[in-house]
Design a protein around this ligand. Structure first.
Ligand code: 13P
Length: 251
């Protein structure tokens, strides 16, 4: 089975529209050369999506959002719906990122509703799972990811699960410079693939201090299909190098 790699840039709360335009100008030529080998997606803050859409016009470089709301529309101040993202041509949307879980109270139940809303719009959810440092130290990694996967994705059909993207992001590895050991990440992701039907065919990414220097080691692992990248995606040249190094291993 061949799963096409994916490298997704999670910009988090960084970049204005002007900064976004400058980034895409620098990123687009190199990224277009890599597209035959791998999928690439830019996931900026909501306010930059239209800029990204216009700047990527005519390419197959994907883009999408970092969160969404599950109702189509209504009196939900501050929310942006999956339907609105669909209208803007978004191909992907992150769901259940650990920062949303920890700082904004996102639960597995909310994750499951967001996934359903995204699938109805034809948008691919990138569903984040991962254990905290305490859970890691307590040997609870597999138990934690199993719970997040079954509570977040248990309501789907196998075929729906096969078409989404899961990102294994150990919380302790995010933004710390302390990436997981690639073998260990490969084993955890292998376990995730066994949790529910369809996940063996789904693309599963690693996230958490992935850099240009370690991307190849992660992508050489049979269970790892690419990366969900934070800090190392904020500079166009650095992210291109990371994608190039990672995609090389999967070619
Ligand atoms: P870093 O790459 O900065 O560790 O962030 C990873 C992440 O949270 C991607 O969603």
């Amino acid at each position: 089975m061949t799963r096409r790699p994916l490298f997704a840039a999670n910009w988090k709360c960084f970049k204005t529209p002007d900064e976004t335009r400058a980034y895409i100008d620098a990123f687009r030529p190199g990224a277009e050369e890599l597209i035959p080998k791998t999928d690439i997606a830019i996931l900026p803050p909501f306010i930059d999506l239209e800029t990204v859409r216009l700047a990527l016009d005519g390419t197959t470089i994907g883009y999408g959002a970092q969160d969404c709301y599950w109702e189509q529309q209504g009196a939900f101040t501050g929310e942006v719906s999956a339907a609105m993202l669909g209208a803007l041509g978004c191909e992907y949307c992150i769901v259940g990122h650990s920062e949303r879980r920890r700082l904004f109270g996102e639960t597995d139940e909310m994750v499951s509703k967001k996934i359903t809303a995204l699938l109805a719009e034809g948008i691919t959810p990138i569903v984040c799972v991962g254990e905290t440092l305490d859970e890691y130290k307590g040997g609870l990694t597999l138990q934690r990811v199993m719970q997040q996967v079954s509570d977040g994705l248990g309501h789907l059909e196998d075929g729906e699960r096969a078409n989404l993207v899961v990102a294994y992001e150990p919380v302790w590895a995010i933004g710390t410079g302390l990436a997981d050991d690639p073998d260990s990440a490969n084993r955890t992701i292998g376990y995730i693939r066994q949790c529910l039907g369809g996940l063996d065919e789904a693309r599963v990414l690693y996230g958490g201090s992935m850099k240009a220097e370690n991307a190849a080691q992660f992508c050489a692992q049979p269970n790892i299909d690419g990366g969900l990248v934070g800090s190392a995606s904020l500079d166009a040249v650095t992210f291109l190098k990371l994608v190039e190094n990672g995609a090389e291993m999967r070619a």
